[in-house]
Design a protein around this ligand. Structure first.
Ligand SMILES: NC(=O)c1ccc[n+]([C@@H]2O[C@H](COP(=O)([O-])OP(=O)(O)OC[C@H]3O[C@@H](n4cnc5c(N)ncnc54)[C@H](O)[C@@H]3O)[C@@H](O)[C@H]2O)c1
Ligand SMILES: O=C(O)C(=O)C[C@@H](O)[C@H](O)[C@H](O)COP(=O)(O)O
Ligand SMILES: [Zn+2]
Length: 357
């Protein structure tokens, strides 16, 4: 079993990665959680695939388990859905010793984590991610949130799980489109932090899904990079912003086109290429570096914009980004492969030149 730690001062928590671990989860959960009640939050696709098996295992270990199902898709990351789940928690008489277990992709993880962070001012939280994106990114680091129609992840908290349990076997049932969007956040780690990993991906990304050892390597390396960054800067005071490369534009595209039109990873793929273009136009990176970034991203997600976005809506949406200070739109831009910087002086003209010329 692979184990990576997220170290946060006096607290730390493990990320376990192992094939088939889902069938054997209850003993590990018992080790990290002494309460009795667990509310499993999952979605309408994942429930029939994994929730029953998981709940049965937990019941065998003596946990009282409840399962709540939200509709699959980004629209479930809403205050309305959160209210339904608070009511379910009350119905089940969850108390401060109870835990929420997120079983699913990033939507379920962010929503369930938001409930865990706020119900009774915070109860136990366990992440069991079942998409590639959630295994390499959203289950680690404690960003939990719901969306408002105009702004992604705008109501949320930093709330860390007690543990993260990753079973790569769950990816066998993941549709191709959702697998591909997960690759985008994997590529992000190479661009922001690890040139060797980027080069490795250039060579192996095409067959990653088929080659289990390579897939586990990609998950592990991604978790290591994210864990190291979060361990240094949990609350995004500085360094953690690098994880937001591609997201100033990506989140704006998600909101402007309507949540769910583009998957998160697809929007971030476009965002990374557009933001790399801003960097190229500014002379921060050379043409060859831009083409390598564009080439690798497009090899994973060859998607284009559904249509040209309205420029004013796009800029307005970026004005809600959480990295902004003093109303300056903030970007994470590549300076070379493996290194990015924070820029708050990009003009609307530069932005639109790269995105919607
Ligand atoms: N908190 C963070 O740090 C962080 C990081 C990255 C992304 N996110 C958020 O994560 C969300 C995107 O996550 P996602 O891409 O996992 O989307 P998702 O949760 O919507 O899952 C994608 C689809 O895959 C289905 N699915 C999940 N697991 C499956 C499996 N094993 N087999 C078959 N189908 C399965 C889901 O039902 C859904 O239809 C966005 O809301 C994004 O903002 C958060
Ligand atoms: O963990 C982080 O920090 C990230 O920025 C990871 C991103 O991939 C993720 O999409 C995150 O939810 C974005 O956070 P936000 O603060 O920009 O909403
Ligand atoms: Zn992301």
């Amino acid at each position: 079993m692979e184990r990576i730690n997220v170290n946060l001062g006096k607290r730390s928590y493990p990320i376990f990665i192992e094939h088939g671990i889902l069938g054997n989860i209850s003993k590990i959960v018992r080790e990290y959680f002494s309460g009795r009640k667990i509310l499993v939050i999952t979605d309408s696709n994942v429930v029939d695939l994994y929730a029953r098996q998981l709940a049965a295992g937990l019941e065998n270990e003596g946990f009282q388990t409840f399962v709540e199902v939200v509709p699959a898709g980004e629209a479930s990351k809403s205050l309305a859905r959160a209210e339904d789940l608070y009511n379910a928690a009350l119905d089940h008489r969850l108390d401060r010793k109870s835990a929420i277990l997120a079983l699913g992709g990033g939507v379920v993880g962010d929503l369930a984590g938001f409930i865990a962070a706020t119900y009774m001012r915070g109860i136990g939280f366990i992440q069991v991610p079942t998409t590639l994106l959630a295994q390499v990114d959203s289950s680690v680091g404690g960003k939990v949130a719901v969306n408002l129609p105009r702004a992604k992840n705008i109501v949320g908290a930093f709330y860390q799980p007690k543990l993260v349990i990753i079973d790569p076997d769950t990816l066998l049932s993941l549709p191709e489109r959702e697998f591909a969007e997960g690759l985008v956040e994997v590529i992000k780690y190479g661009i922001i932090r690890d040139e060797d990993f980027f080069r490795w991906l250039e060579q192996y990304i095409k067959n990653l899904r088929q080659n289990t050892a390579d897939l586990v390597h990609a998950i592990k390396r991604s978790c290591e990079i994210k864990a190291a960054i979060v361990s240094e800067d949990e609350a995004e005071c500085g360094l953690r912003m690098v994880l937001n490369f591609g997201h100033t534009v990506g989140h704006a595209l998600e909101a402007v086109f309507g949540y769910g039109t583009l998957l998160h990873g697809e929007a971030v793929a476009l965002g990374m290429v557009f933001e790399a273009k801003i960097a190229l136009n500014r002379g921060l990176i050379d043409e060859r570096t831009f083409l390598r970034i564009e080439g690798l991203v497009k090899s994973a997600v060859p998607k284009d914009l559904p249509h040209r976005p309205d420029p004013d809506s796009l800029i307005e949406s970026m004005s809600f980004d959480k990295k902004n200070l003093n109303e300056k739109i903030t970007f994470i831009l590549p300076e070379r492969l493996g290194r990015v910087g924070v820029y708050s002086d990009i003009t609307a003209k530069e932005i639109l030149q790269a995105i919607a010329p």
